[in-house]
Structure formats: C-alpha cells, structure tokens
Design a protein around this ligand. Structure first.
Ligand code: URA
Length: 429
C-alpha cells in the first residue's frame, strides 16, 4: 500500500479495500506512517465519510492494534459506554446493580475533559480508590466481586490514542464513522459480550441534537452487529443535568444515596433502565419489565450497595474516611417563586468547570470537592429566595463570583412544566 495512493482514494470518495485499511491502521499503531499522512487521511475520511463496512474494518483493526481481553467466567460479561454529560454518574450505581443481577462487569472508563466529568475522577474522590490496577487484578476483582472500574491502559487500542490526538488538532473529531471506531474499538478490546451505549443529546452533550445522537447510535449498533457483538443503545436527554449534584465527591455521595434506595428520580430511573437492558440482553430475564423490577429491587434491598462496597474495598478505597468537602458553600437564591421549568446543562457544566470541578486541559487536576449540589430539577416548586442550588468551591470569592452565571441556568415559570422524558429512544442491535 502506497500511503499517498491510499489517501488519494479517500480524497476522491472511493472505498478502501479491507487489506489496505488494515495495513494503514498497522502503520498508525507502529508509527511507520508520519503524522502528516495520517492527518491528511483523517480529513479525507471526515469529508467523504466511511461506509458501514469500512467503519467496521477500521474498528476491528484499531481494536487489534493492542491487547484484547477475553473473559472465561460463568457469568455473562457486560459493559456500557456513555458519550458523557453533566452530572452523569450512572456508571457508579450501574456496575454494582448489574453485578447484583448476575452479570460480570469489566468497566474501563475515562477522565473528564471540558464540561463533562469522568467516572475515574469521581471514583478518585473516594480516599484510597485505585483506578490504575494491573490487568491481573482487574480480572480477579471482576471474577470475585462482579465488577471493577479502572482507567484506560496503554495496551488497549493504541491506534485510537494516536488517531484521537491527531483528530483533536486537525478539526476531525465530529465524524460519525471516526467516533464510532474510536469508542467501539476500546469497548470491543475490553471483551464484554453485551454492550450498552448511552448516547446523549442536548446542550450538555457531545451530540447536540437528537438526530445526530440517533445517527451515532445506529452506527455503533451496526458496527457491533458486523463484528458479532450484541449491542443496545439508549438515546437520552442531556439538555438538563442528571441528578442534583455535579462535581466529583458530590456525585459519589449521590451515587451512594441511589445505591441506598434513595437518590434523585432520574439517576435511579436511568440506572434501572440501563441495568435492565444489559441484563435482558444477557438473557437473565424474559422481558424488560421483569428486568426493571429486579434492577429496582437491587437498589432497594442493599444488594447493589454491598457489591459497590466490596468493589471499593478491593480497589483500595475507604468509604469510612469522609469524602472531600469544599470549604465554601454559597447558595444561589431564586429571584421569584414558581416552578423550575428547565435547568440548562451546558451552563451548569460551565459553572462546575469554573468552580474547579473539571479540566480545561488534560494535565489539569480537578478539585474533587468542588461543584454544585442540591440542584433543583425540572418540576420542583420554589419559593422566592429559596436556594436553587449551592456552589461548592475552595473559597467564597470563587463561588460568589459564579452566582449570577448559575442563576442564568434556571428558567422559572408560574405553571408546572410537562414531565421530563429521559429516554427518547431505544435501539436494539
Ligand atoms: N469519545 C471517544 O472515545 N472517541 C471519540 O472519538 C469521541 C468520544
């Protein structure tokens, strides 16, 4: 394969031969292709797209660029990937609920960048919690406890790391086939048999519109099908934050409340829905209502909480030591009474970022105690002067400077708003 001919082929909108595409990915992974040729191809692929077959080949080749885990466990293996959102802490209760339902959940998660927090940052708010375990420990904990949550390893889909870094600096990130191959290659390398994608849309999501989220979900499902993996996707609303807490330690507290049978309705509902789909896909139940009832029971009867505690202990964490708490907690008072009609996720995400809860660049270290808590949600009734939320930061000046910005996230009305629809669509592969 001559690199410039390969680039020319995509520049002119032609389809690559499978062997050429595989050789190209090998060249990306082993470094034999220079950045300028890989970048030129990425732009050609961005502009002219990739067919379903090409996307599947690219995904498979990226997956095979590194280590691929295989699981030989009595329990079916399952995992989910969320495209990320403001207050999205669902992985924390989801993994133990799935384990309590008899699934094995090897979950490899990411760190947050920009408005959306990462699962690893949240878990690191638990004193001692180790997300950088050797693969042998990861395997052992999944087998013994039922779930384990760790960070990306250097050996999993290394071609994606190089491609993603180049996409980031060549304006080629927002391409459905390239996003599909990036997400899917990492998830497939993890080896779980049953995959669920939570594809979010709205102001706090990577995909702004429901139509784009639908296109990404279809592409993920189609690629999974071609590569022999059972996948489902939920298309969910991220126009408003999930839950009443945004920020790492604050979200861990909310996850613990959810695992104790309480917690905000939306965090509970999405946890139950996602767990039910994975358990149904894995054949643990006959139908979705039965799977939903079992998932809800695992939250109420303490079985999921017991798994979470066991996972935290196995990963070196200590839930007896208090989670970090911010020194400043400043209320955002409602300027009038009425109902909360809408809470803008993007604005809340920006406030959380400025409070120090997230990263602007990869090398930043988030303040694990910072964020927003006791957020009112759509439909809540509010009296004049009542706090719409509290801003938690390392000092009052920082929190007070963000009160007006936080207030701008809330739309208050006289009449109660319609109920929020959390799951817009479900796709089954
Ligand atoms: N997340 C990924 O892992 N890859 C992308 O390309 C986009 C989001």
């Amino acid at each position: 394969m001559i690199p410039q001919w390969f680039i020319e082929e995509k520049r002119d909108g032609r389809e690559h031969a499978e062997a050429d595409l595989r050789a190209w990915v090998r060249g990306v992974a082993d470094g034999s292709l220079p950045d300028y040729q890989v970048a030129a191809w990425l732009m050609a692929a961005y502009l002219n797209g990739l067919s379903e077959a090409e996307t599947a080949t690219l995904t498979d080749a990226m997956m095979r660029s590194g280590e691929c885990l295989a699981w030989e466990l009595p329990a079916p293996t399952a995992d989910k990937h969320s495209t990320g959102g403001v207050g999205d802490k669902i992985s924390l209760p989801l993994a133990p609920v799935c384990a309590a339902l008899g699934l094995a959940v090897p979950m490899i998660s990411g760190r947050g960048l920009g408005l959306t927090g990462g699962t690893l940052d949240k878990l690191e708010a638990i004193p001692g919690f180790n997300v950088r375990l050797p693969i042998e420990d990861f395997r052992r904990i999944v087998a013994e406890v039922g779930c384990c949550l760790i960070g990306q390893t250097d050996t999993l889909a290394p071609a994606d790391r190089r491609l993603y870094a180049l996409r980031d600096v060549t304006a080629t990130v927002p391409s459905i086939p390239l996003i599909t191959a990036s997400i899917m290659s990492k998830k497939l390398a993890e080896g779980a048999q049953h995959l669920l994608f939570d594809v979010k849309f709205g102001s706090g999501a990577f995909m702004r519109t429901r139509a784009d989220a639908h296109r990404l979900a279809e592409s993920l499902i189609a690629t999974g099908r071609r590569l022999g993996r059972k996948c489902r996707a939920l298309i969910t609303d991220m126009d408003q934050p999930l839950g009443r807490a945004v920020g790492n330690a604050l979200e861990v507290r909310e996850a613990l409340e959810t695992l104790s049978g309480r917690g905000p309705w939306d965090v509970r509902a999405l946890t139950v829905e996602e767990a039910a789909h994975l358990a149904l896909s894995a054949g643990r139940f006959d139908d979705l209502p039965q799977a939903r009832r079992a998932a809800a029971k695992a939250l109420e009867d303490g079985s999921a909480l017991a798994v979470f505690r066991a996972m935290v202990a196995a990963q070196g964490g200590n839930l007896e030591t208090p989670l970090p708490t911010a020194p400043a907690r400043v209320p955002v008072p409602a300027p009038r009474g009425g109902f909360v009609a809408h809470v803008d996720a993007e604005t809340i995400g920006r406030v959380a970022l400025e409070l120090g809860a997230a990263r602007v660049k990869v090398s930043d270290q988030p303040d694990l105690a910072a964020g927003l808590e006791a957020l009112l949600q759509q439909g809540d009734r509010v009296a004049p002067g009542q706090p719409l939320c509290f801003l938690c930061a390392d000092g009052e000046p920082r929190a007070k400077a963000l009160v007006d910005q936080a207030l701008a996230a809330f739309t208050l009305t006289d009449e109660p708003p319609p109920e929020r629809e959390l799951v817009a669509e479900t796709l089954v592969g």
